[in-house]
Design a protein around this ligand. Sequence first.
Ligand SMILES: Cc1ncc(COP(=O)(O)O)c(C=O)c1O
Length: 352
Amino acid sequence: MVNNIAIEKAKTSKIHEVDFDNLSFGSVYTDHMLVCDYKNGEWEAPKIVPYQPISLDPSSKIFHYGQSIFEGMKAYKDEDGKVWLFRPLENFKRLNKSAERLAIPQLPESHFMDGLHALIQLESDWIPTNAGSSLYIRPFVFASGNGFHASPANEYKFIIACAPSGSYFSGKVKVLIEETYSRAANGGVGYAKAGGNYAGQFYPTQLAAAKGYQQVIWTDDNTHEFIEEAGAMNVFVRINDTLMTAPTNDRILDGITRKSILDIAKDEGIKTEVRKISVHELVEAAKNGSLKEMFGAGTAAVVSPISGFGYHGEDYTLPELTDSYASMLKKRITDIQYNRAEDKFGWRYPVQ
Ligand SMILES: Cc1ncc(COP(=O)(O)O)c(C=O)c1O
């Protein structure tokens, strides 16, 4: 028992089979996972068990009605071997915000936080220490209850699984500003981290990839005139020396990296603006040279610089900068995450 969480240990560890020097993102999993069931109107006590497949009835509602939400976070190991999380309570709150929108029962804070803490403590040997690597943590909830009736399930599973991971993207990405498809709509589920939001992105992203773009920048569903966010990242734009990002709304995920970057930028004395950014403005700024940088911000990729964007059949290339905000902000946020710098905002959470 750790933090009141029962632990069934794996008989053998797979850790020696993993090449920690050549980790991809999210494709090998640790020895254990946290599992918690919702039954008879309540969340039962979470427990840690060996990582294993899940058996589900074919009529489980997850397969038919897509009641599925998730989070993405990371555990970091510092030079002294101490383990840290970054703003984990924000992930817990967002999971419950997503749960509310998908009619999934609210998860108690202690189930999430104590379960997470105990799991990361148990799996701490799995946290990679190579530059840019971390233990990616995937909490998720889905409808395990069954029935072909289109209504919320009466049983759910909350699971946390972990994957030692290297960088998400290497190098800069070229993006396509989407003019036809939409990721989310007014009044929809775009602000929730719901599985279906990602399924709907894959096809337009494949079309963009076939044209040579690694990511799509989503625009508002109504006019396609204002940029919103990327596949799994919020988007920042620097015009002259002002850093801007779109305001969150019911179509945009309220990213934890996004709000941290805004706070750090303000702390650096950078002028920030949270406002609608039109594609027209972006194109004009690219043409007159005032568009200095664009980058994505999210837990997986942290800060991902954009090399250029495509719009209306034209490609616009961004300059190479020596004083890039993206590099400076990435360094500042990762220095906090890996305990290499003072945490003046109180974002680090120790796992001891
Ligand atoms: C659609 C979308 N937008 C933005 C983000 C960035 O959010 P965060 O910084 O909390 O990881 C993510 C990733 O979680 C995402 O999936």
